[in-house]
Structure formats: C-alpha cells, structure tokens
Design a protein around this ligand. Structure first.
Ligand code: CAA
Length: 295
C-alpha cells in the first residue's frame, strides 16, 4: 500500500521526535508501520497482526489544537484505513498532556460569518462519525471543545486517569460547533450537558466514567496499549458483521425505539445471508475457533 512506508524504524524515530508519548512508541515500534506524508498526525498499523489503525494527533506545541489541515489529514487517514482490508478497528489518540485542546482558536479568530456559513466551517469533521469501521478514542489529558467533540464522534471512549472533558467555547464567546451540544446530552443527560456547555468547566475522567461518557478509565501510560488491545479484539471478529453491528447501535441515536428495533431485527436477519454468520455458529457447534472471511 502506497501510504504505508516499510521503513518502519527510521520513520517512526523521526516522526515522533518531540512526541511526549515516546514510551508507547518504544513498545510498539517493532510491529508498526508509519506514514511519512502527514504533517500533523502520525498514522500507523499496530497490534500483533498489524490490523489496528492508530491515528496520533501530533501538534504538541499547540496541545493538538485541531487546525483545518489536521482534521483534513484525519479524514484522509480514515479514508485510507477504511479501504485497507486488513484493518478491523481504528484508534485515535493524542499525547499524555492533550488529546486535543479544541479547534484552533488562533486559526479561526479572524473568520467572518459569511466565511464560516458560506464554507460550512467544520462540516468535514463529520468524517470521523461516518467511518464504517469502529473508532476508539484513547483520551489522555485535555479533551476540550472540538477535542471533546472529536472523542464523542468515536464509537468508544477510553480515558486516562488524567483526562479532562469539557466544552469551554462559551468562555471565548461562541458555542460548540462540532456536535458538543447534541452528542453530550445523549451521553450525560440534559442537566450535566447544560452545566458543561454553559459554565465551560471541564469534568474529570472519573466523572465522565460515572456519567457514561467514557467506557473505562485507565492509567495514562497503559491507555493506548489497552485501546489497541480492544481494537485487536474487535478486529478478530468478522469485519462485515462488526460494521452491521456498529450501524445498528448507531441507529439508536437517530430514530425512535420502534424503528430502531425494526432496523436491528432486519440487520440481524441479514447476518443470515452472510458466510461469516454460518461459519461463526458452525465453529461454535464444532468447538473450534471461527475462520471469518468478511463475507
Ligand atoms: N487553539 C489554538 N492554540 C491553542 C489552543 C487552541 N484551542 N489550546 C492551546 N493552544 C496553544 C496555546 O495558545 C499555547 O500556545 P503558545 O505556546 O504559542 O502560547 C499552547 O497551546 C499551550 O497552551 P497553554 O500555554 O494555554 O497551556 P496551559 O497548560 O496553560 O493551558 C489549556 C492548557 C487549559 C488547555 C489552555 O490552553 C486552553 O484553555 N486552551 C483553549 C481551550 C478551548 O477554549 N478550546 C475550545 C476551542 S473552540 C472549539 O473547539 C469550537 C468547536 O466546537 C469546534
């Protein structure tokens, strides 16, 4: 594949210069591949079978502020990872200090209404939530504004003990613009969502877990490895059925219970048209591991 460079060690070493999470790279360097052409992110394939795509936001000096170029690179990386038949799940992470401190305030400070409305500013960020493959956010440090919204676009959020989630846009005279007012309420309920959006104050990882915003809290140094392990587990299943399952869970956000239940039932029925459903059940009956073919 053109986008994955084989010269792993050399590129990993040069592209992570200045990256604060060097310990995890040391642990994974040998089984990873890296992309030389991105400026603001690092893209690798990780895990024992190199079947988990890992996108690391890499603007350490700006606490991974999500400038337009960075988010376009994330979209391109997702396009590539989605096309890659080996990849069964994607992890998006940042550094130990910051997942992302929000949209790039300095980049947008002089934008006018006609520019942002006319250009549908931030619309392309949506690419993260349209990825067909499961996306896991591994959040250490700040996940503020667009950073919190980016995490919420992912399917699963794992948080380091030091993570802070917040929507502080109100303090700079604007409101969340990439899903904060909509997705937050679905995770934490109206009162907490209002509190976060109207005060601008962040919540801790522990609170986020209690509220259901994140599925697990882990020691910061173990976070990315755990996310990759989770990605590997997901990737061990049929990619076809995983995509159907993800689509069905996501319906719960979009529709009424009755329509969602019908969607689920039809999707469940549809799994019976696949080879992997037959293989999975046959393998269970024969007491052997399944050999999924993603068909
Ligand atoms: N945009 C641009 N630059 C940012 C940034 C952002 N969102 N967040 C941090 N930076 C930059 C700082 O300007 C600083 O750069 P310089 O060294 O060149 O001055 C560098 O990152 C380090 O930041 P601090 O010195 O502020 O670090 P700190 O540890 O003292 O504070 C922080 C950390 C609390 C996260 C603080 O940086 C902060 O409050 N950042 C802004 C958070 C925010 O308001 N996010 C929402 C943005 S708007 C948005 O996201 C809209 C949307 O819905 C999509």
């Amino acid at each position: 594949m053109a986008y994955f460079c084989q010269n792993v060690l050399k590129i990993a070493a040069s592209s992570i210069a200045g990256h604060s999470n060097s310990a995890r790279f040391a642990a994974y360097r040998l089984s990873s591949t890296a992309v030389p052409s991105y400026q603001h992110i690092i893209v690798e394939k990780q895990g024992a079978k190199t079947n988990v795509g890992v996108i690391t936001l890499n603007r350490p000096k700006a606490l991974n502020a999500l400038c337009d170029a960075l988010m376009r690179e994330v979209s391109t990386a997702l396009d590539e990872l989605e096309k890659d038949k080996d990849v069964g799940a994607v992890v998006i992470t940042g550094s130990e200090k910051a997942f992302a401190a929000g949209a790039d305030i300095k980049e947008m400070v002089n934008n006018t209404f006609s520019q942002v409305y006319g250009g549908n500013f931030l619309n392309h960020w949506n690419r993260v939530s349209t990825c067909k493959k499961p996306v896991i956010a591994a959040v250490n440090g700040y996940a503020l504004g667009g950073g919190c919204e980016l995490a919420m676009m992912c399917d699963i959020i794992l948080a380091g003990e030091n993570a802070k989630f917040g929507q502080p846009e109100i303090a700079i005279g604007t409101i969340p613009g990439a899903g904060g007012t909509q997705r937050l309420i679905r995770s934490v309920g109206k009162s907490k969502a209002m509190e976060m959006c109207l005060t601008g104050l962040p919540i801790t990882a522990q609170e986020a877990e209690k509220l259901g915003l994140v599925s697990r809290v882990l020691p910061p140094k173990e976070l990315v490895a755990e996310a990759i392990k989770m990605g590997e587990k997901i990737a061990s299943h049929s990619k076809l059925i995983v995509a159907m399952c993800k689509e069905s869970v996501n319906q719960a956000y979009e529709t009424t219970l009755q329509e969602g239940l019908l969607f689920e039932k039809r999707t469940f029925h549809t799994t019976f048209a696949t080879a992997d459903r037959k293989e999975g059940m046959t393998a269970f009956a024969e007491k052997r591991p399944p050999n999924f073919t993603d068909s």
